[in-house]
Design a protein around this ligand. Structure first.
Ligand code: FAD
Length: 130
C-alpha cells in the first residue's frame, strides 16, 4: 500500500492488483440487476473494447446495454500498462512475411489510424487524459 504522504513513495512491486484498480477514477456506476427489458444492442464486456463499441453505437443513436459478469473495467483493461502506440506486437517485416506486404501494411496503417481516432474521440468526449 502506497504512503502518499511520505517524501518518497514505497510500493510493493510484486502484488497482483493492477494500478488502475487502485485508482478511484477507474470505477464506474453499474447495476447488479437489469432495470429494463429492451435495448437495440447488448454489448457483452465492459472493458475498452465494449466501451468503444458502445460509444460508436450510441453515437449512431442506438440504445445500448452493456453487460459484464464482473464490475466494469475489471478485466484485462484494468491490467493494461496503458501504452498507446501504433506499433502492432508483430514487427511489420515479420507480418509481411506471414501474410504478405499488402495485408501487413494495411494492418499497420489501420493501427496508426486507430491511435488518431482515439485522440479524436477523447477530444470529442472532453476526456482529459494528456
Ligand atoms: C499486463 C498487461 C499489460 C497490457 N498493456 C497494454 C498496453 O500497454 N497497451 C495496450 O494497448 N494494451 C495492453 N494490454 C492489452 C489490453 O489490456 C487488452 O488488449 C485490452 O484491455 C482488452 O480489452 P477488452 O475490452 O477486449 O477485454 P477486457 O478488458 O478483458 O474486457 C472483457 C470483459 O468481458 C467480460 N466477459 C467476458 N466474457 C463474458 C461473458 N461470457 N459474460 C459476461 N461478461 C463477460 C469480462 O468480465 C471482461 O470484463 C495489456 C494487457 C495486460 C494483461
Amino acid at each position: 500500500m502506497a504512503d502518499f504522504d511520505a517524501e518518497t513513495r514505497k510500493d510493493d512491486l510484486r502484488v497482483g492488483t493492477p494500478l488502475w484498480v487502485k485508482t478511484p477514477h477507474s470505477t464506474l456506476a453499474a447495476k447488479r440487476t437489469l432495470d429494463r427489458k429492451h435495448a437495440d444492442v447488448v454489448v457483452v464486456g465492459a472493458g475498452i473494447s465494449g466501451a468503444l463499441v458502445a460509444e460508436a453505437l450510441t453515437r449512431q443513436g442506438r440504445d445500448v446495454l452493456i453487460l459484464d459478469r464482473r464490475p466494469p473495467v475489471r478485466g484485462s483493461t484494468a491490467a493494461s500498462t496503458a501504452m498507446i502506440q501504433h506499433e502492432i506486437d508483430v514487427p511489420l517485416t515479420r507480418l509481411q512475411n506471414r501474410i504478405g506486404s499488402r495485408a501487413a501494411n494495411a494492418a499497420w496503417r489501420r493501427s496508426v489510424k486507430a491511435v488518431y481516432d482515439l485522440v479524436d474521440l477523447s477530444r470529442r468526449l472532453g476526456i482529459e487524459c494528456s
